[in-house]
Design a protein around this ligand. Sequence first.
Ligand code: HEC
Length: 110
Amino acid sequence: MKNVIRKAVASAALVVVFSLSARAQSEPETIYKAKCAGCHGLDGSANTKAGKNTGAHDFRAPDTDTESDANLVQIVTKGKKKMPKFEEKLKPKEIKELVAYIRGFSRKGQ
Ligand code: HEC
């Protein structure tokens, strides 16, 4: 009987661990840090070596702020000049969440 309980507790714990890590990986912040911050910087300023080399813009500048979500989603999906495309690497939902996350940079600065 004790064994059954122990097994049940262990598998419940596993389920929790798996669902937590699955959620963490789809979080825009995690994706941003892994795939975007190298060029765009952790604060969106693009003040990084790769950002300067590729000519990435400051996300907090008004021109990014006034771009429509659809345009920004398009740029991340299909790429633009030196901005790589992510259509094969990210799901449309993840790209949408990233765009919302990027908008947060300029709101933080206000
Ligand atoms: C290799 C460097 C690099 C990486 C990695 C990169 N970007 Fe970019 N990104 C750029 C450059 C350069 C531009 C400017 C393109 C242009 O010339 O208009 C840009 C432009 C953008 C824009 C359009 C708005 C603007 O400021 O011009 C968005 C949105 C964007 N990137 C999001 C992302 C996201 C989200 C990721 C990660 C999934 C990412 N980028 C990864 C280099 C990069």
